[in-house]
Ligand binder design. Sequence first.
Ligand code: ZN
Length: 357
Amino acid sequence: MCSLNFSRGMYACGLQGQKCFEDSLFSCSDCCVSRINRHLSAVASSRVVLAPMAMPRVRIAVVGDVHDDWDSTKDRRALEVLKPDLVLFTGDFGNENVDLVHSISKLDLLKAAILGNHDCWYTIPRSSSDAVEAQLESLGNSHIGYSRMDISELKLSVIGARPFSWGGDDFGRTHELLKERYGIKGLNESANKISSLALNAPTDHVLVFLGHNGPAGLSSEPSDICGKDWSRTSTGDHGDPDLEMALKNVKQKGLHNVQLVIFGHMHKQLHLNRGDRTMLVRGPDNIIYVNAAVVPRVRNVSSKSNNTGITEWETIRNFTIIDVMNNQVTRVAETWIRVGENDFVDSETILYSCMPQ
Ligand SMILES: [Zn+2]
């Protein structure tokens, strides 16, 4: 009787995440815990004994392709509302916008980032430039292209895929850049590098892959999660084959708990106003694939003039919020935080929700 009510409560909460969030500004899981505690109080007198719950939640805030939309003060305020344990950036901060990357490097939260094709926009076809160097220096260990971040306190490792990806079947114009900086000369070497990073992660960690672009093998239509949408004659899968190969290698070994693959690059809004892209897929392998490239990620919503006659805008700022409980992704939401006179969750769309096991 008690277990049945408990399960119903959890499941209903997952389906009604919107209401949970609006009511409390806490996550759905917090709301569930609150309900559970109330329920436990109610049944205490009937001497029903339940095992204690021990499900710490890890919250990841993903900042999709920035494209010059970052304000260190306002986005820090938005993150204060969300209270993430980890912030991930999918790259394309601007067209080699060194100042913006430098301001992101100062964010005083645990973070990891990967540079995208726009972050080497003027470098190509040259193999290196001061701007690329400056961005990498600013980010330091927070840039995890072809590297790994182990976070023991979260029992989680972030695996960086190939940086500077343009998508498609080859390295394209980034060939020299990747060879010079990382010694990587082809897709097979790239796949081996990424899978080696993952296979050397602690086996009791949840694995999260972070790429600028997603893996091949998920798409066939322009509106698919990695679908190519800007050409009428050449559409379909625009994912990275090396990331697909690396994931296959890691899954075949079966040593790690791969929960998430996070990326951007292919924007949510399709070219020529042909609608929106699918932004989340749960694969047959139960891995959750998340495209976080909602562009533009900052929108003006209302304005007023201050005492000196200057117009001040309130904005909504986009984040994809991912909750992990019990080593399992339990909730993914496209979230807009309003920053202005008051800061709060303006809206959210639940992309995925499930009951922790
Ligand atoms: Zn890109």
